[in-house]
Design a protein. Structure first.
Length: 91
């Protein structure tokens, strides 16, 4: 699994899925993706349209604990491993 750096910004890979059907394949409806609920995982995916750090994602989805940060990192690592996100060129 990829190492996600807290200080780096991540953004969707331009080649990543864009349609709702493709997003459904990325973010399973069972709500168990990376220990985040499907609603939070979907919010993260939407936020990644622009460069985001773990901290900005956590603030945006209301994840206030270290556990929330760990869950976001885990989701980002999964998305990175699937080549759906990349480190932002602006980082």
């Amino acid at each position: 699994m990829a190492e996600i750096l807290p200080s780096a910004s991540y953004v969707r890979n331009p080649k990543a899925a864009k349609s709702e059907a493709e997003q459904s394949a990325i973010l399973p409806s069972n709500g168990e993706h990376a220990e985040l609920g499907v609603e939070e995982a979907t919010q993260v995916w939407e936020l990644l349209e622009t460069p985001q750090t773990i901290a900005t994602i956590c603030r945006s989805i209301g994840a206030k604990s270290d556990a929330g940060s760990t869950q976001v990192s885990s989701l980002l690592a999964e998305l990175y491993d699937q080549d759906l996100i990349q480190v932002s060129p602006d980082t």
